[in-house]
Design a binder for this molecule. Sequence first.
Ligand code: SF4
Ligand code: MG
Length: 319
Amino acid sequence: HQFKIDPSIFDVILRRPSRYVKVLNGIDLNLARGETLGVVGESGCGKSTLARCLVGLYPLQNGEILFNNQNVSHKTRAEQRDYNRRVQMMFQDPYSSLNPRMTVGQVLHEALSVHKMRSETEIPERINELLDLVSLPRDAADKLPHQFSGGQRQRIAIARALSVEPEILIADELVSALDVSVQAQVVNLLLDLQERLGLTILFVAHDLRLVRHVSHRVAVIYLGSIVEIGSSDSLFANPIHPYSRALLNAAPSIDPDKKNTTAPLTGELPSPLNIPSGCAFHGRCPHATEICKKSKPELKALDGHGEIACHHAKELALS
Ligand code: SF4
Ligand code: MG
């Protein structure tokens, strides 16, 4: 099964007073069933915007989001509900998405009945199953969100997302606010559930080690465009795009013997109000040449690597 989130005409423009800003610039994602695609990039590069767009939480001023070749925003209400069920999002802070006055049982009940996942009489049993699935005690159903720890609240958010039997989970900094030991528990739970349920996960995070750990493939985003995408192993071991190299090398090396040979990222992320011409990275790129200023490189597959959007990818791969 190939899922295709295919926003090939995916120009999302954010409206400011009398101004339009291009925040995502033609992003095309193919997700295989059961895979985790990590999404990395500096803060402000469009990672969270991408996540929000895919679940329809971003006001589109133009452009469209296609899911399996169907536009997700011009649909009937029933189709919209179906899409919202299939593609679920989880946030860094579940406080913002969990109603503080609703018990966990009520939260799950609401999700199950809105999406008609179970009949009224079957719902209590399903709530128990969901709590079991995320390893929360069954009496959690009678408690309010504030009575739980941060890690437990993320388990509740996962249970709610799973209640509607989604195909794709989008996790935006899911564990960033948690202590490292709790992070591992929540991430391991997620990976375990992924395997059992065949879930496809888009894992957006700034923690590169974590992304490497959970992802089969990784996409590197710069100023709203994917600049490199490939298998997690090959991308982390041997990134090609100069931006990927700088970004991944800025992280503490996973292999302590490996020397950090790439210059760290210098210069500031340009404002999305003023995206540079040609390759958007040219102002910060040590390898930029004339063509980089004029023409925007397309993502292209490179033998032995993933896909890279750089005019000089071939030479860089040899260097
Ligand atoms: Fe650098 Fe040019 Fe490649 Fe852009 S296209 S990353 S400026 S070498
Ligand atoms: Mg973010």
